[in-house]
Design a protein around this ligand. Sequence first.
Ligand SMILES: Nc1ncnc2c1ncn2[C@@H]1O[C@H](COP(=O)(O)OP(=O)(O)OP(=O)(O)O)[C@@H](O)[C@H]1O
Ligand SMILES: [Mg+2]
Length: 325
Amino acid sequence: MDKSELIRSHGHILGLRDINLDIAAGSLQVIMGLSGSGKSTLLRHINRLIEPTAGRLIVNGTNVLELDEKALIEFRRKNTAMVFQKFGLLPHRTILQNAVYGLELQKVAKARRIDVATYWLERVGLKGFEQKYPHELSGGMQQRVGLARALCVDAPILLMDEAYSALDPLIRVEMQDVLIEIQQEIRKTIVFITHDLDEALKLGDRIAVLRDGELVQQGTVDEIVMTPADDYIRRFVHEVNRGRVVRVDAAMAVGAISGTGVTVAIDDTLQDAARKIAASKADSADVVGAGGNVIGSVSLRQIVCTMIPNNQKSEESYVQAIDHH
Ligand SMILES: Nc1ncnc2c1ncn2[C@@H]1O[C@H](COP(=O)(O)OP(=O)(O)OP(=O)(O)O)[C@@H](O)[C@H]1O
Ligand SMILES: [Mg+2]
């Protein structure tokens, strides 16, 4: 029974159904979907703030659903940290006191708590604000405190539920850059909920799209943009500038050699690759894979075709590229 039928015939709301999602350690998983599609519900299953009716939830080999109450509290404290849309700062505490909060719960010694919190506050750009109170900070700054507080506990899993949705567009982009920069260093497993497609494409290693409690598609940015599973997702991604988000491996001819002496990297965006080729006066380049070897070639023509939506040729070359992988 789908969501609408369930509510019609039984008066119940379908939360989630048939969710099967693998999130690689150290990756950033984006969850997208319209309001009410089940994003927060899914996120809250990960630390069992919501109990599923059935299924398994494996974190690092442990089935979280089998933990007793005490072990579950321990699991939440040690393994997960959350960043909320509405910041969730304690108004009577200073910024530093807010940042150390999770470490207090972990009973970390005071001097160490302060060291760690001071470090992360500086990393998110709040050095000098340690003794201020939340109401003395702008929304963007308060969100930085929320992020620092989550990073302090050093949990391997970071759960971010529309953490940036309340910020104005420029501050939001700034916060995305802060997260990307920090993630390169800390390599946490981040589950990031957003309504914003640009944000999803910029941040996500993988994206999962929910509708009415069901997973309608999951995949890499390239897969979602180049081969949307249905009209709902196609409408979402239609206006996307593919040049900025799709990578060379979607356009290349695997196994071919250009002979031009120009090279691009397989994970260059189409736009960056086109720029490199255009600057060289050649019209194609060899593609260097992750291992440093040439694994194929790409031409300006292939890049342009891949950048144009609903273009038969581009979809074909994309499918071929996937097959070769
Ligand atoms: N505590 C609850 N009890 C009963 N139903 C709930 C509860 N929380 C959410 N729901 C229902 O579950 C569905 C999914 O809600 P959820 O909050 O996960 O959506 P969401 O995708 O996070 O939406 P938004 O983008 O608005 O935050 C909705 O239909 C909602 O009405
Ligand atoms: Mg929500």
